[in-house]
Design a protein around this ligand. Sequence first.
Ligand SMILES: O=P(O)(O)OC[C@H]1O[C@](O)(CO)[C@@H](O)[C@@H]1O
Length: 465
Amino acid sequence: MLTFDYNNMLAPRLGGRGIDPASLDAMAGRFREAHADTARRREAGEIGFFALADANAVVDEIQTFADGQGQAFSNLVVLGIGGSALGTIALRTALLHPLWNELDDEERDYYPRIYVLDNIDPATIGPFLDRIDLGRTLFNIVSKSGGTAETMSQYLIVRERLQAAFGEDYRRHLLFTTDPEKGVLRALAGEEQIPTLPIPSNVGGRFSVLSSVGLLPAAMAGIDIAALLEGARDMVAKCETDDLRANPAGVFAALQYLADTERQAPIHVMMPYSDRLRDVADWFRQLWAESLGKQRTREGSEVFAGPTPVKSLGATDQHSQVQLYVEGPFDKTITFLSEADFGPDVPIPSAYEHHAELAYLGGHSMGELLRTEMLATEAALAQRGRMNMSIEIPRVDAHALGELMMMLQIATVYAGHFYGIDPLDQPGVELGKQLTYGIMGRPGFEQARAEWEGRTPKDDAFIIR
Ligand SMILES: O=P(O)(O)OC[C@H]1O[C@](O)(CO)[C@@H](O)[C@@H]1O
């Protein structure tokens, strides 16, 4: 089980800058409402990600694919963006490298390499597709909506290359992961007989890491997806209580909400002290930002809610960001992520005994130093009255990742309730999408194009060339 320590968020440790424990306890009633509302929305089928933890049939289907057809490929290339990419990247960074290190050469050949193309920069896409051996590659097109411009443009390029190389056999290199009913990707799968995996319709992109979106690439890479879901199940069970102080996701959400609204600290830095956990912070950034950054409440009144998530990395960013965190404005909280057991550690040799500035390092290890630096940063922040909290997982493995990611997803839903907004929608992203469609000439978006042309004339006086 993970350990969540929030002492350094509270007034007893931080003096007047911390949150009064009484304020946290005063959230107990609102938390019971948030918990009941979440249960009601789960029951009504509006929130689907909790149930992913129990989707054992999907695990079997995915594992069968990964162990069977999947083994014909040396590369798996995921085409997706946002929630269709970030969870997979986080799992790959966390779980693949340790696994990879333990494999011998023959075993390494058994598992395909996992690539995620989550941008549309031609300088990346062109050379990547020129280099990769198409004959040994499976392309997994991941899009909940099935219509995202970035993903679909990548798909069109890949499809043309596959057809040019393999004719009608191009299908063998494609797997769509999309909504079970809606969207053009689903329609294409039917028209062209391309195999698919479903993303349950009540699971939004940023909550989909434990669906086939994250599970298929994970299984192909040899990650233990059953353990991932077991960890998630353990966290769901832990969060079944409506007693705020016993519910880790509830306390996480309540403290961040209080930091923002009572302590004017709307910036939420997530700082793993672990290379393997670094992309969990990136995945969380979308989850927190897209879910909570909202103009309107669920009832429709204006609110302009939303903390700003920031990703950081220890110890690297101690030498880039920590000066600001320790002495800058009191506008942020820091959440540390760490692992209790780094696995095989790297000892630091004893040398230069006559130089005290170096001699103290000898006899310790890199893991010890990294951990010490985190504890020291936590203490420095607390001494200066800066709110921080820490989540420690026992070790970086599939079970722990399942627990951690489920906790952060549940916390996001609770936080949405506290802010009075709907954490499941993202209306603000739509405007930019519509303007893109208009500018690119998609039929039906002429109005968007006209608005863009009407609003974008620029004054040369404000441009330096
Ligand atoms: O999976 P899709 O539908 O292609 O969407 C990708 C991403 O685009 C968004 O809709 C908007 O950024 C995200 O919510 C989503 O994760």
